[in-house]
Design a protein around this ligand. Structure first.
Ligand code: TXA
Ligand code: MG
Length: 401
């Protein structure tokens, strides 16, 4: 029998950081939980903890043995590098090469978005950072999470923590402690429970290290491209240098080396997929040669193509509550519908927060298939569609008469 996993509740409201990055924790229960987790980390065992994006599986980053347990616990391929999490600017400085100075773009991005869901690539000091963290890349990815429990855990442990999402490799990322329990129970000692994650999708990964000074978005995430653009345009308005361009991987640039290596999140490996099939429902821009189906024709196909019990097909829906498509689909009463509350079309931040929860919850409800409706690829919609396209095994174009 695997050892039981302890779930320790933490009260974020009891954690306060001063302007010089010192942490004060007023709840004795939360303090005890953080100390227990820090002790576990110092024993080189991974701990699951909440961040504002998703739950992370953390280990001491500068210890290769500790970091290796992240890979074995998740079943993560060894060539997929990890993000290092820090609790202060001072801790960031300890990880950077001696002669390295932050660019004006990085200064602006850190000033506006740290702590928060933004990961930046930095040159890697290979004498300091174990190869297992960077998977042999010349760069190391670093972020400062804003979730009080995450930041306090790093601060109390007094060490940078490497942390991927706290799920078995290939699965949707966990956004509640319960998701971590369902996946990793018995495989880890401690899960800190800080409630549901506010952002719900992982951090934006940015590479600003190219000589052209441009900002490359390797993974869209919690900080939107629009947010980054606004900060850079304002920040550079009085400067002599041109405003850096913001280039989104696969939309604005491609890179053969990136496509081959697993460094651009999710390009090489299966990602975000529950064990039931997921279909992306699209209503815009059908590619040439693809004839969109009516909702009823689509449902007849679905009944034939998805294996299910003889009496009922059970279909999970991740669609905005004001979706016209959903209204049309659920008029078929021969299907058992499982609607997951998903926010309005005009609320992409709420849809982002609920996407992984929806996939994991519907999977547990035992549906036969999950239908996810596309959203517009603006603001949070860019990161939502990045995850949905990877989670979905197929796309279906629909036309509503
Ligand atoms: O929000 C997040 O970023 C969450 C929480 C726990 O902080 N973490 C997370 O980690 O999403 P993970 O391992 O699931 O995704 C990190 C991604 C990986 O896909 C990896 O390819 C990319 O960041 N990455 C890490 N180091 C990199 C590097 N040096 N160059 C390019 N990409 C890198
Ligand atoms: Mg992940």
């Amino acid at each position: 029998m695997a050892a039981a996993t302890q779930v320790l509740a933490c009260d974020s409201a009891s954690i306060v950081f001063s302007s010089d990055d010192q942490v004060a924790i007023s709840s004795p229960e939360t303090l005890a939980a953080l100390h227990a987790a820090a002790a576990c980390l110092k024993d080189l065992l991974p701990v699951a903890f909440p961040t504002e994006t998703v739950y992370g599986l953390g280990a001491i980053a500068l210890n290769a043995t500790a970091a290796s347990k992240i890979f074995s616990t998740k079943g993560r391929p060894a060539d997929n590098p990890l993000i290092v999490h820090v609790s202060s600017r001072r801790m960031l400085q300890t990880l950077l090469p001696q002669n390295y100075a932050l660019s004006p773009s990085y200064e602006l991005l850190i000033e506006h978005f740290w702590p928060g869901p933004l990961t930046l690539l930095f040159p890697c000091d290979h004498c300091l950072i174990p190869d297992i963290i960077t998977a042999g890349q010349p760069t190391v990815a670093i972020r400062m999470p804003s979730h009080p429990v995450a930041r306090a855990l790093i601060s109390v442990t007094d060490a940078p923590l490497a942390a991927p999402s706290a799920n078995s490799s290939g699965k949707p990322s966990p956004t509640r402690a319960e998701h971590v329990v369902n996946d990793l129970n018995g495989k880890i000692t401690i899960i800190l429970d800080g409630g549901p994650c506010e952002v719900g999708l992982e951090s934006t990964v940015v590479d600003g290290l190219h000589e052209d000074g441009n900002i490359r978005i390797l993974r869209p995430g919690g900080i939107t491209v629009e947010d980054i653009k606004r900060v850079l345009v304002n920040g550079f308005s009085d400067a002599d240098t041109p405003i850096p361009q913001i280039l989104v991987h696969r939309r604005d640039f491609s890179d053969d080396a990136l496509e081959q290596a697993p460094t651009t999140p999710g390009m090489k490996y299966r990602h975000y997929s529950p064990s039931v099939p997921v279909t992306l429902m699209r209503m815009s821009n059908a590619p040439p040669g693809i004839e969109p189906l009516s909702p009823s024709a689509f449902l007849e196909d679905l009944k034939l193509s998805i294996p299910h019990s003889p009496d009922t097909l059970r279909v999970g829906l991740l669609m905005p509550s004001d979706s016209i498509l959903m209204k049309s689909l659920i008029s078929d009463t021969t299907i058992q519908w499982h609607e997951f509350p998903f926010g309005l079309v005009s609320e992409p931040a709420i849809i982002a927060r609920r996407l992984f929860d929806g996939l994991l919850t519907l999977e547990r409800e035992g549906v036969d298939v999950i239908l996810v409706e596309e959203v517009s690829e603006e603001n949070e919609g860019l990161a939502i569609m990045n995850r949905v396209k990877k989670a979905a095994g197929s796309s279906q174009w629909i036309t509503i008469p």
